[in-house]
Design a protein around this ligand. Structure first.
Ligand code: MG
Length: 458
């Protein structure tokens, strides 16, 4: 079966030349522009939208097509060029735009691309607004304008400079620079290389960069997992660096390699960032229900609290704004600091981790040694789409002794802190099972219990 064009809250994703064409991109631009015009506070002010792209070879084509769609409904476009996703979020608010667009398929392979949308506050649209955009796109009810009213395209090349200035403002540059850290960086030939190298130079680091040409021809599968960033692990060892950082193509996710060349897992990125933030200030963190409990351990030690949200970056960012959180993010290596922008930002993660290293004088392996270690297990259960929610419902009683959180699927939290999260995927006919326990056999027991419950209802 040919893969479907996926439209979710964060935008649209497809395979270039198969189901993601310039015509689709232009119509999506029309839909987003129509939505923004409907919501514009004043009808006499023309809304404007920032647009940027990651390094994929299809990015230029899709950016032009999406911009054409926006102009066709009378929205002005500010072309930021080849930039990161957090960079676009920053410029949306800096330039007081009504919205932002990022042409990226994030960690997916080169054949994919996508159109990610941001509202005027720099965050992806919440479900209700995303549904209105999707409806406008599928109904093709676009507010097209006549020749004299078409939007205009201008360019702006200040994204990297603004991004670096905002990240530098949240750390103590002198503490980091005094350490003269040696850093290995793998930007997977994505959008992050240029701006991250500049940031690290500002922080006085000596950088060994690999895959730092923004060609979009990814040197390895672009998701920053242990298997995919073998070359970074080798670069850390060969250059004897203090740390290795791996970004995904749009530079919102960050994975870390310790000073021995060991991949520590993306869950530690947020944990380490929170460890630094909470060492300076008491406050709240927000993260989704599928993220490791390490952040709760760290918060508890510092006398701070953690708010759990439904899965989805916009949910985390929304909770951060609502509860005035001082740190937040997701277990996939996505760290959010609202002082920089309300989306995940690998540059924020890098700066906060270097600050923690600088302040404590400890290595990455020492720092993670201070955090309780757990085992996380993940399983995808294929389901018939029509039965997805019925099956999910059947899991409700799977663990009667656990505390139940029904915010997003079901999350069971046990007395000892172990947890099981089951939720229906928005994009695939699967139920995702994520568990965290003290060790692998215990985690597997929880997964088996869920698998048995599913078998029972068939
Ligand atoms: Mg990404």
């Amino acid at each position: 079966m040919a893969e479907q064009l996926i439209i979710s809250v964060s935008g649209l994703r497809g395979i270039v030349g198969v189901n993601l064409t310039p015509a689709i991109a232009a119509e999506y631009g029309c839909a987003f522009g129509t939505f923004l015009k409907e919501g514009a506070a004043r009808s006499d002010v023309r809304p404007s939208v920032c647009i940027g792209r990651d390094s994929r070879p299809s990015g230029q084509m899709l950016k032009s097509a999406t911009a054409a769609g926006l102009c066709a409904v009378g929205v002005d476009v500010v072309d930021l060029g080849l930039v990161t996703t957090p960079g676009v979020s920053i410029m949306v608010t800096e330039l007081h735009c009504a919205g932002g667009v990022v042409i990226t398929a994030s960690h997916n392979p080169i054949q994919y691309n996508g159109i990610k949308l941001l509202l005027g506050n720099g965050i992806a649209p919440p479900v209700e607004q995303a549904e209105r955009i999707r409806h406008c796109f599928s109904q093709k009810k676009f507010a097209l304008v006549d020749a004299t009213e078409c939007g205009q395209v201008t360019t702006n090349d200040q994204t990297d400079a603004r991004h670096i200035a905002k990240v530098l403002a949240i750390v103590d540059r002198k503490t980091i620079a005094a350490k003269k850290f040696k850093v290995a960086l793998d930007s997977v030939n994505g959008a992050g290389a240029r701006v991250t190298k500049k940031l690290l130079a500002e922080l006085g680091c000596e950088v060994s960069a690999i895959n730092d040409e923004p060609t979009g021809v990814f040197a390895h599968p672009p998701e920053p997992t242990a298997e995919n960033i073998k070359s970074l692990r080798e670069a850390v060892k060969a250059n004897r660096t203090d740390v290795g950082f791996a970004q995904d193509p749009d530079a919102d996710r960050l994975a870390i390699v310790d000073e021995n060349g060991t991949y520590i897992g993306e869950e530690y990125t947020l944990a380490l960032a929170a460890k630094y933030i909470f060492s300076k200030k008491k406050g709240r963190a927000a993260t989704n229900l599928s993220t490791s409990r390490m952040i709760e351990d760290i918060a508890q030690e510092a006398g701070c609290q953690v708010i759990r949200t439904a899965v989805g970056e916009a949910n985390v960012a929304g909770a951060m704004l609502k509860h005035n959180c001082i740190i937040g993010g997701e277990g996939n290596g996505g760290v959010i600091d609202l002082r920089v922008c309300p989306v995940r930002d690998s540059l924020v993660g890098i700066a906060l981790v270097l600050q923690l290293m600088g302040q404590t004088g400890e290595t990455i392996s020492q720092l993670i040694g201070e955090i309780s270690r757990y085992y996380m297990g993940k399983e995808k259960l294929p389901v018939v789409p029509a039965a997805k929610f019925q099956i999910l419902e059947s899991f409700r009683t799977a663990f009667p002794d656990a505390r139940l959180d029904p915010t997003d699927g079901y999350r069971f939290v046990f007395q000892n802190g172990d947890w099981v999260h089951v939720r229906a995927s928005n994009t695939e006919p699967v139920i995702r099972v994520i568990v965290e326990a003290k060790d692998q056999p215990t985690a597997q027991e929880y997964i088996n219990k869920i698998i048995q419950a599913k078998a029972f209802i068939h």
